[in-house]
Design a protein around this ligand. Structure first.
Ligand code: FES
Ligand SMILES: [Fe+2]
Length: 466
């Protein structure tokens, strides 16, 4: 029989094209001593939900370091390397002390939460002779709104905690802590925020089905209706290239355009504008409903820690559900965590979790074929690379923390403004992009102190309407 199988340079190329499966170590390897590992260690990083830190020591892993975390009888948090500095017993089996610190189970060395030795009961002098000669390697911590943050860097240069304006608790805003576990490298999880294009497909799953929709699939809880259509995307490196602001503009009606700005901030923090926005009413400078840190457990596993913001000024439509916000759980859009869905259910209705984890344990960037909508991902990788290679002085962690009162001001927002549509669709999209750039310029020129900053931004945004 004559061979009728199509033969071209792009048909049936399975034999000729091999995936290289080579991770980009610079951006994905956070082990001690690597550029990424050293850079991430310069920032306060969330390591646990506060509710999971009790008198019973808990074994955790962050940056591929085996650690133990506990709360002593004085409500002090201890975060230490797991293996006792004496002969390596696991402090997971230690006993936290009413008077402070922890005693190792093996020979009873009593460490305080700084890792300093308080007493060695087996030594004739109680250990005085060796005190100051060795210690249990420990890390400083801060407890803040249900999260425990730790600093893994050089103890001679401990920075201030990054007090972003988005963490404000004004107007009865509550910060509710959560963690979401992702069995893959941290980078592909944060890159999902830089990939603003996927909302038009992954979060409109009905669009993937042609013909009859499968009845057993609950599309509604996996769909963001107001995110349909291809947005006008734009990308801005902001605050001396220390963050990328991603602008997605969408025409919602003849009169209304919605600009949504999310941010990825070096090294591993993101800010998200209110997700439940319907875009059907004017709303000016509506702020962040979530902050998330993407923390490597090791190179093949990561954990998101974050705060969901609740309150009348953040969630005016009362769409959130605080009860669903917690350990490996979140209250918006299906497919954010592994959950209890069957494999078939996850195949029929995948979410962010499936799209991210499905890329593999460490996604192979060399095998990508990037498209125009991937510009945000490319630019985030670029500023991260510059930071890791010390190519841009403001990206040094020490520089980012120089002026905390001025620096930590978020661009993230939803703004829905009265902007009359052009009859020419191309011209309309150009106008949406041009106004998006003006919004970024307004944010860049806004004063840093509140309430002047918010007042300024709102007034300037209103001017755009005229
Ligand atoms: S191994 Fe910990 S006290 Fe000896
Ligand atoms: Fe998503």
């Amino acid at each position: 029989m004559k061979n009728m199988i199509k033969n071209s340079s792009t048909a049936y190329q399975g034999y000729k094209i091999r995936r290289q499966n080579k991770p980009d170590d610079l951006l994905t390897d956070s082990n001690f001593g690597t550029p990424l590992g050293e850079y991430m260690r310069c920032f306060w990083q969330p390591v646990s939900l506060a509710s999971q830190v009790t008198r019973l020591p808990k074994k955790i892993k962050i940056f591929n370091e085996d650690l133990v975390i506990f709360r002593d009888g004085k409500n002090q948090i201890g975060l230490m390397q797991l293996h006792c500095a004496h002969r390596g017993a696991s402090l997971e089996f230690g006993v936290t002390q009413e008077a402070g610190g922890i005693k190792c189970c093996y020979h009873g060395i009593h460490f305080d939460v700084t890792g300093e030795i308080i007493e060695i009961p087996s030594e004739p002098d109680g250990g005085k002779r060796v005190m100051g000669r060795f210690c249990q390697p420990a890390y400083p911590t801060i407890e803040r709104d249900g999260l425990i943050f730790a600093y893994f860097g050089n103890p001679d240069t401990i920075p201030e905690f990054e007090e972003w304006d988005s963490f404000s608790k004004e107007n009865k805003t509550e910060l509710v802590a959560f963690s979401n576990i992702y069995p893959c490298n941290w980078l592909q999880v944060i890159e999902n925020i830089a990939d603003q294009m996927h909302t038009a497909t992954l979060h409109q799953p009905m669009s993937l089905y042609d013909g009859e929709l499968p009845g057993e699939v609950d599309f509604d809880s996996f769909t963001l209706p107001s995110f349909s259509g291809i947005p006008v995307l734009d990308y801005h490196a902001v605050r001396d290239n220390t963050a990328m602001a991603f602008v997605a503009g969408r025409r919602m009606s003849e009169k209304l355009v919605w600009w949504r700005i999310n941010e990825c901030i070096l090294p591993n923090l993101s800010h998200h504008a209110y997700l439940y926005e319907k875009g059907n009413a004017r709303r000016v400078f509506h702020r962040v409903h979530m902050a998330r840190w993407y923390v490597p457990i090791d190179n093949e596993n990561s954990i998101i820690f974050g705060w969901r913001m609740f309150g009348p000024s953040i969630d005016p439509d009362n769409m959130g559900n605080m009860e669903q916000v917690g350990h490996d759980s979140i209250d918006f859009l299906g497919g954010q965590v592994a959950g209890s869905r069957t494999h078939k259910e996850r195949q029929m209705l995948p979410g962010d979790f499936e799209a991210i984890v499905g890329q593999g344990e460490i996604a192979s960037r060399i095998d990508e074929h990037r498209l125009s909508g991937d510009k945000g991902v490319v630019l985030f990788r670029k500023i991260l690379s510059q930071a890791l290679l010390n190519e841009n002085i403001p990206l040094l962690a020490s520089m980012m923390h120089l002026d905390p009162s001025n620096f930590f001001r978020s661009y993230s927002q939803n703004s829905i403004l009265n902007i009359q549509s052009f009859s020419d669709g191309t011209k309309d999209r150009e106008n949406i992009e041009a106004i998006g750039k003006k919004i970024i310029a307004i944010m860049a020129s806004a004063p840093s102190a509140e309430p002047q900053r918010t007042d300024f931004v709102k007034a300037e945004l209103e001017k755009l309407e005229t």
